[in-house]
Design a binder for this molecule. Structure first.
Ligand code: S3P
Length: 183
């Protein structure tokens, strides 16, 4: 049986890309970062895609990317923060779904460093924007998760270790109960 993909899901600044990179290295798996793939394919940054072509165009690219990645196996897939909002994307991606979360304050601290790359967090009050978007999305993230990991107080290495533990447990218990856990 092919090894399932590990799909990292969650809000901006929860560590999906950094954790994905480290996890892929530790496990000797291929990393696919959906935003980076889209940027390479389009020859422009996510910020430029949003401003020049608009968010619906980006969401269509994201959906197309999810469909094509469904063919892969054994990869670590770091998704963009909005990927999980479209249930068809998650169905297409398959795999073990690990949702990373963080407090609004931790998200602000992490995303501030690269404020210009996240078009949805532009504006004079990013903390309020983060709170509002999190409130809108929280339920979606929680419901799709095989496991939820709060990264607010974890290092990248600490999160990677948690993901590894959870993936081992989930794969061992794959009796199809469909329960969502957190910790
Ligand atoms: C988005 C998150 C971003 C990127 C785009 C939209 C979102 O990815 O896909 O700016 O809707 O949450 P990161 O989560 O990697 O920042």
């Amino acid at each position: 049986m092919p090894v399932k993909n590990i799909v990292l899901i969650g809000f901006m600044g929860t560590g999906k890309s950094s954790v994905g990179r480290r996890l892929a290295k530790v496990l000797g798996r291929r990393l696919i970062d959906t935003d980076r793939q889209i940027e390479a394919q389009e020859g422009m940054s996510i910020a430029a895609i949003f401003s020049e072509k608009g968010e619906p165009y980006f969401r269509a690219l994201e959906a197309e990317m999810a469909r094509s990645l469904g063919q892969e196996s054994g990869c670590v897939i770091a998704t963009g923060g909005g990927m999980a909002l479209n249930p068809a994307n998650l169905d297409a991606l398959g795999g073990v779904r690990i949702v990373l979360t963080a407090t609004p304050e931790a998200i602000l601290k992490r995303t501030r460093r690269h404020a210009d790359v996240r078009p949805l967090l532009r504006g004079s009050d990013p903390l309020s924007t983060i709170r509002k978007l999190l409130a809108e999305r929280e339920e979606v993230y929680r419901r799709c998760a095989d496991w939820v990991i709060d990264t607010s107080h974890l290092s990248i290495g600490g999160t990677v270790r948690r993901v590894q533990e959870k993936v081992i447990q989930i794969e061992a218990n794959q009796t199809g109960s469909g329960d969502t856990h957190s910790g």
